[in-house]
Design a protein around this ligand. Structure first.
Ligand code: IMP
Ligand code: MG
Length: 163
C-alpha cells in the first residue's frame, strides 16, 4: 500500500469545501444524498462544518466487484426530490456511471437544483460524468481508506492509499 492523501490533507480540503457550500447554500434548504457505503466518512467530516439547513438521505449504489468495474446494482429508493435542492455526495468518481445513473433518476423527478460532489476524481479518459466538485484529482489507480474499500476491507483507514 502506498500513501496518496493523508487524513490531514483530507480534513483541510473538506473544511474549505464546506465553506464554499455554506456560501452557495446560504439561506437555502438542502437534501444531501450520500451514496453508501463509501461516502459516509466524507459526509461525517463535511457535516462538522456545514451550517445551512439540510436533511440526509442515503442510497446504496455500487459498481465494483473487488477491483473490477461492473454493472450498477442499486436498490429502489423513495426520496422526495421535487422542488428540492439536491446535493449528492460520493467518495469517488471513476467511470462516472454511478453519478450519471443517479443524477438521471433525480432529474426525472424535478429537483429545484442538483449538485454533485466527490472527494476524489480519477483521471481517466472515458469518464461519462464530471462532478460539479471534486476535492482531489487522482491517477487511475485503485485506492482504499477513508471510506473506500477493496471487498469491504480497508474502509477504516484514516488516510487514502493506493493498493
Ligand atoms: P463509477 O460509477 O465508476 O464512477 O464508480 C464510482 C463508485 O465505484 C464509487 O462510489 C466507489 O464506490 C467505487 N470505486 C471506484 N473507484 C474506486 C477505488 O479506486 N477504490 C474503491 N472504490 C472505488
Ligand atoms: Mg460507491
Amino acid at each position: 500500500m502506498q500513501l496518496l492523501i493523508s487524513n490531514n490533507e483530507l480534513l483541510r480540503a473538506i473544511k474549505l469545501f464546506a465553506d464554499k457550500l455554506n456560501t452557495h447554500y446560504e439561506n437555502k434548504e438542502v437534501v444531501i444524498i450520500a451514496i453508501l457505503k463509501g461516502a459516509v466518512l466524507f459526509l461525517k467530516d463535511l457535516y462538522e462544518h456545514i451550517d445551512f439547513k439540510n436533511s440526509i438521505e442515503y442510497v446504496d449504489i455500487s459498481s465494483y466487484k473487488g477491483k473490477i468495474r461492473s454493472e450498477i446494482k442499486s436498490l429502489p429508493f423513495k426520496i422526495n426530490i421535487q422542488n428540492q435542492n439536491i446535493l449528492i455526495i460520493d467518495d469517488i468518481c471513476d467511470t462516472g456511471n454511478t453519478l450519471n445513473y443517479l443524477t438521471d433518476l433525480i432529474n426525472k423527478n424535478n429537483p429545484k437544483s442538483i449538485r454533485t460532489a466527490v472527494l476524489l476524481k480519477k483521471k481517466i479518459d472515458n469518464s461519462i460524468f464530471i462532478p460539479d466538485d471534486y476535492l482531489f484529482l487522482i491517477p487511475d489507480k485503485f485506492v482504499v481508506g477513508y471510506g473506500l474499500d477493496f471487498n469491504n476491507k480497508y474502509r477504516f483507514l484514516k488516510d487514502i492509499s493506493t493498493i
